[in-house]
Design a protein around this ligand. Structure first.
Ligand code: THU
Length: 137
């Protein structure tokens, strides 16, 4: 699947966002090494801190289903009512969750650049010197 097609999946996932407080809606489409796609959206909470980002929703759904090997994730985010065509990079907590389950050298994070194009970075580029399971071996 192309990164443009995967970004469309993230935009579809964004339609499920529950973001009544920030009004910033995010969708994510996570691809396993076997090619399966797991979608996620942000889920906010009146107490704010229990809020779950779209990326983690996608990961946790996949992990629950037994998936452990991931290839890439596309993220689409933006203010409610917008087309989500501005760059929405994953937060630090989501990068750390990716670090738990992904190879930082090969896992790809796909973002829209704000000009209708997609950009792609490895997890290592977005989380250099990350701390992960390898550090506890
Ligand atoms: N958010 C995500 O879901 N993913 C990101 O990559 C950035 C931020 C959510 C969390 C919160 O619901 C809203 O966007 C504003 O921070």
């Amino acid at each position: 699947m192309t990164k443009e097609a995967l970004m469309l999946e993230a935009k579809k996932a964004r339609e499920h966002a529950y973001a009544p407080y920030s009004h910033f809606q995010v969708g994510a489409a996570l691809v396993t090494k076997s090619g399966k796609i797991y979608h996620g959206c942000n889920i906010e909470n009146a107490a704010y801190s229990p809020t779950n980002c779209a990326e983690r929703t996608a990961f946790f759904r996949a992990i629950y289903e037994g998936e452990r090997e991931f290839e890439k994730i596309a993220i689409a985010g933006g203010p409610e009512g917008s087309e989500a065509d501005e760059l929405c990079a994953p937060c630090g907590v989501c990068r750390q969750v990716m670090m738990e389950f992904c190879n930082p050298e090969t896992f790809q994070i796909i973002l829209a650049d704000g000009k209708g194009k997609c950009m792609q970075r490895t997890l290592k580029e977005l989380l250099p010197y990350g701390f992960g399971p390898e550090n506890l071996k």
